[in-house]
Design a protein around this ligand. Structure first.
Ligand SMILES: Nc1nc2c(ncn2[C@@H]2O[C@H](COP(=O)(O)OP(=O)(O)O)[C@@H](O)[C@H]2O)c(=O)[nH]1
Ligand SMILES: [Mg+2]
Length: 369
């Protein structure tokens, strides 16, 4: 696994999410630097912090520096030059995760489009600097080359867009292939750091540590899961991310395309989040799932990390989310294994009711006729 020094905001939510993004992208965080402000002109951080970072970076020799904010090309260049390391900003990191999570032809195109868009914004900035004559030969490129580069990106984006327009048919073929396998499918959805991968490993009986490179969510991983002798396929998905830039939303959604065709969605909710975080994340998950065309009755609301809270606190939060009356809700701990058997039972019950409700519908239709 590649190692990283992480620079993020001085806030628990930000630190947890940023660490989660790093681990999903396949980086082991060897040191964290937190700051209140990450948008200083030259390096994003102050000169004093840079000095400290130079010393730490020299000592720990990480493969990359991950900067949990958007960097201008000049800032990225200044940091990388001072630290002699590759620097990934927040958006580049997210794009790496999407790239690893994209499995269908369409989602690969969507991710490529977002990557080009990322490049284009930076090319524009270089054009601007070159025009102002402010940084001639900035990063070794002159104005002419920057123009050519910029136009090339625009061209490639156009090509991908027209490919995407034609890709609708392929999507349906993809789905048929999966159906033919004959398994019922379960997908894990939820925010980064809610515990999807831990739960995935727990339910499938994986004993390796969840930070082990092979078993972290490098792609939309799928494994077999048996509930009462019945085999299922269970898939871990790319997590929801807070503050996702608008231009990445299509790429993100396309990595979640699977959710439309899956029989059960385990929506993993970190019940240890603050009440305001919970509400924000929950409504954002529900909105996206509905935009994807997911039917609500396939969703199992799985409140994870219950080991960190008392029963009363959990109940209070369930009330707060208006889930009190919902029968498809269960609190679990992916860490201690609490209620995992019950979760599997609940899945089985829902699958059975799905099997049952289909013939019933036909009957009703017949009666109606
Ligand atoms: N206390 C506690 N921590 C958990 C639980 N499940 C996951 N975690 C921790 O939460 C962090 C994120 O988990 P991970 O499975 O990588 O989340 P993902 O981003 O949704 O795949 C890790 O540090 C886990 O050890 C749980 O049930 N209880
Ligand atoms: Mg994960």
């Amino acid at each position: 696994m590649n190692s990283a020094i992480l620079i993020t905001y001085d806030q628990e939510d930000s630190i947890n999410e940023a660490k989660g993004l790093c681990s999903t992208a396949g980086y082991e965080v060897v040191h964290v630097i937190t700051q209140n402000y990450l948008q200083k002109a030259k390096y994003g951080i102050s000169g004093g912090v840079l000095e400290r970072l130079e010393e730490i970076s020299e000592r720990l020799r990480p493969d990359v520096i991950i900067f949990d904010e958007i960097l201008k090309p000049s800032q990225n260049y200044n940091l990388a030059t001072a630290l002699h390391r590759e620097v990934l900003d927040r958006e580049a990191l997210i794009l790496e995760i999407f790239e690893k999570g994209a499995s269908s032809a369409e989602s690969k195109l969507q991710v490529k489009l977002a990557q080009l868009r990322y490049e284009m914004v930076r090319a524009k900035e270089k054009v601007r600097l070159a025009n102002m004559g402010e940084q001639p030969g900035f990063m070794g490129i002159g104005k002419f080359e920057v123009d050519v580069y910029y136009n090339d990106i625009k061209h490639r984006m156009q090509t991908i867009k027209s490919k995407l327009e034609k890709s609708g048919k392929q999507r349906d073929l993809h789905r048929q292939g999966r159906k033919r396998l004959g398994f019922k499918t379960i997908s894990l959805a939820g925010y980064t750091s809610s515990g999807k991968t831990t739960l995935f490993n727990k339910t499938t009986g994986e004993t390796k540590t969840q930070s082990d490179n092979l078993f972290t969510t490098l792609t939309t991983t799928t494994r077999r899961l048996t509930i009462n002798q019945e085999p299922f396929l269970i898939a871990d998905t790319v997590g929801f991310i807070s503050k996702l830039p608008a231009y990445m939303i299509d790429a993100f959604k396309s990595t979640l395309e699977e959710l439309k065709h899956t029989d059960i969605i385990i929506l993993v909710i970190d019940i240890n989040d603050s009440v305001s975080e919970l509400k924000k994340k929950f409504s954002s998950c529900m909105r996206t799932l509905s935009e994807l065309g997911v039917e609500q009755d396939k969703i199992v609301y799985t409140l994870n990390k219950s080991d960190l809270l008392s029963k009363e606190e959990i109940k209070r939060k369930v009330d707060f989310l208006n889930l009190t009356e919902n029968k498809k809700i269960i609190s679990v701990s992916a860490k201690t294994g609490e209620n995992i058997t019950e979760l599997k039972e609940l899945i089985k019950e829902i699958i059975e009711s799905q099997n049952y409700s289909k013939p019933k519908k036909t009957q009703e239709a017949e009666v109606g006729n």
